[in-house]
Unconditional design. Structure first.
Length: 73
């Protein structure tokens, strides 16, 4: 039996996560995927932004801290 777990997004995530997201449509299965059209450099910036937001840093006005997790098998 495979083990499934959650792992919080990290600014250190690399090409494996990027490649996965590039293969998922921009709006597939009612989920949005902003990474679909990004370059790898833009993806690294997006990771940093998501990490900052999870800590409440550099939030746009009206936003609140949020976390993003990967489901890993």
């Amino acid at each position: 039996m495979n083990t499934i777990f959650l792992r919080q997004l990290s600014p250190l995530d690399g090409e494996k996560c990027y490649d996965l997201l590039k293969n998922i449509g921009r709006n597939e299965n009612d989920f949005t995927n902003p990474v679909h059209d990004m370059s790898f450099d833009e993806f690294k910036i997006w990771l940093k932004q998501q990490d900052d937001w999870s800590k409440g840093d550099n939030l746009p006005e009206g936003y609140f801290p949020q976390d993003c997790y990967w489901i890993i098998e």
